[in-house]
Design a protein around this ligand. Structure first.
Ligand code: SF4
Length: 427
């Protein structure tokens, strides 16, 4: 059963007073265009609903009524017909965390890194429809061939974690660190600080890294990227996800006391000069609200109920959760671990619910469940709905590119430098 169907059923039963609600918000049953119409930008219901969306968050204009009122069957028929008409001229990419109702139309399904690579594999396609979130569509635009359009079906599908680090705050932090450390390399040729941005960040921050001797990383290659950075710098400024930075550096032997947190809302990031002088990794105060939901208590409960359970969590989870799990790894790591396991293995997984439910359906020989018993999808992935997909595909059939994502070349050029440094690093 898909997450959307489960949410519908639970909400209906809860409304009848039959069972308590098992979803993080009853608003999940609302259609995303009702969120688009709200006066202030919001991430919408789901894991990041409590995170404040910055005022400059892209807004989605009103979806035409014919798509808002179409039945699921009608949208399915229209999407399939548009895909058929467009043929090889369009490629649809779907992220692992996307709802099943959308992922079923994807030509490629994967994590942000795999989809960034997939965007380069169909240079003959005139349009890439990216069923993911904003930073992924930006990366696809920067890596795709000239003349290809990248389309995000709902412009409000951002990422609350990516929004926690913006170019102005990072530049301000960088200026303060430069004032403190200077720019001169040491006797080994290592500069004072190397900036490292997680793939889950704006193109502007990837460009910042390209311009300042830095690099991009993913959850698959973060350790290799940090090694690259430590060869070139005495310390790293890691943004926006503190948890990926901390979990990765800790596994590499960096002591916690050498990983201060930089809070951009506090003077000197809320830390002090001596701590910064002694630091190896300065962690930005960002997090993913999906992975922040996992707790050590959930792991203890899973172990008590399913002796021998194999617990795998994503490295965006807080450090105590990663420490309590058996393994931590990217979405691709999780998928491969399940694929390689002996039949009959029980897995408790700490990542987004749509992906976990899909894995459970794909691998019926195992028992697979999400550590978090409450259905709470990524709010922003959830903003993509078949109605928007039908709208952008029929737009292409009519010769119109709706919701294009275009990164200016002045940003894309340095961002490609940082991305290419990452691609040259062996994971
Ligand atoms: S799961 Fe977390 S990091 Fe991924 S898009 Fe959603 S909010 Fe962003």
């Amino acid at each position: 059963m898909s997450v959307s169907t489960a949410i519908e059923l639970i909400s209906r039963e809860a409304a009848d007073g039959a069972v308590p609600a098992s979803t993080c918000s009853p608003d999940l049953v609302r259609d995303p265009w009702t969120i688009d119409a709200l006066p202030m930008p919001q991430y919408g219901p789901g894991a990041s609903m409590a995170d404040p969306a910055p005022p400059a968050t892209p807004r989605q204009g009103e979806l035409p009524e014919e798509y808002r009122t179409a039945s699921a069957e009608d949208l399915d028929r229209r999407i399939r017909a548009a895909k058929e008409t467009l043929g090889e001229s369009v490629v649809i990419l779907g992220h692992f965390y996307q709802r099943d109702e959308v992922v079923q139309y994807a030509d490629f399904v994967g994590d942000s890194y795999q989809l960034a690579r997939a965007a380069t594999e169909r240079p003959e396609a005139e349009a890439i429809v990216f069923c993911g979130v904003h930073f992924m569509a930006e990366t696809a635009d920067m890596l795709s061939a000239a003349g290809q359009s990248v389309i995000l079906p709902n412009l409000a599908a951002g990422c609350s974690m990516a929004d926690m680090a913006d170019i102005d705050s990072v530049t301000e932090c960088w200026d303060q660190l430069t004032e403190l450390f200077g720019t001169e390399p040491d006797a080994d040729g290592r500069v004072p600080v190397i900036p490292v941005t997680y793939m889950n960040s704006s193109a502007a921050l990837k460009g910042f890294c390209g311009d300042h001797g830095g690099i991009v990383c993913t959850s698959s290659n973060a350790a290799a990227v940090l090694e690259w950075a430590f060869e070139r710098g005495r310390r790293v400024l890691f943004f926006p996800d503190q948890h990926l930075g901390r979990n990765t550096a800790k596994a590499m032997g960096v002591p916690l006391e050498q990983m201060p947190l930089w809070n951009p809302r506090k003077p000197w990031g809320g830390t002090d000069e001596q701590v910064l002088q002694d630091s190896r990794v300065i962690l930005w105060h960002g997090f993913c609200s999906v992975h922040k939901r996992f707790t050590v208590g959930q792991i203890e409960k899973a172990r008590a109920e399913f002796p021998g359970v194999r617990v795998i969590v994503h490295p965006e989870c807080p450090m105590p959760v990663v420490d309590a799990a058996d393994e931590a790894g990217s979405t691709d790591y999780i998928r491969k671990a399940i694929d390689a396991a002996a039949p009959g293995t029980t897995f408790a997984i700490g990542t987004e619910i749509n992906m976990v439910n899909r894995l459970a359906a794909q691998y019926p020989q195992h028992t697979i469940f999400c550590l978090d018993p409450v259905i709470c999808p990524c709010s922003t992935m959830y903003r993509i709905h078949p109605g928007y997909l039908a709208w952008v595909l029929e737009g292409l059939v009519g010769g119109r590119v709706l919701n294009p994502i275009t990164v200016p070349e002045s940003v894309a050029a340095p961002a490609r430098v940082a991305l290419n440094r990452m691609l040259a690093v062996r994971p």
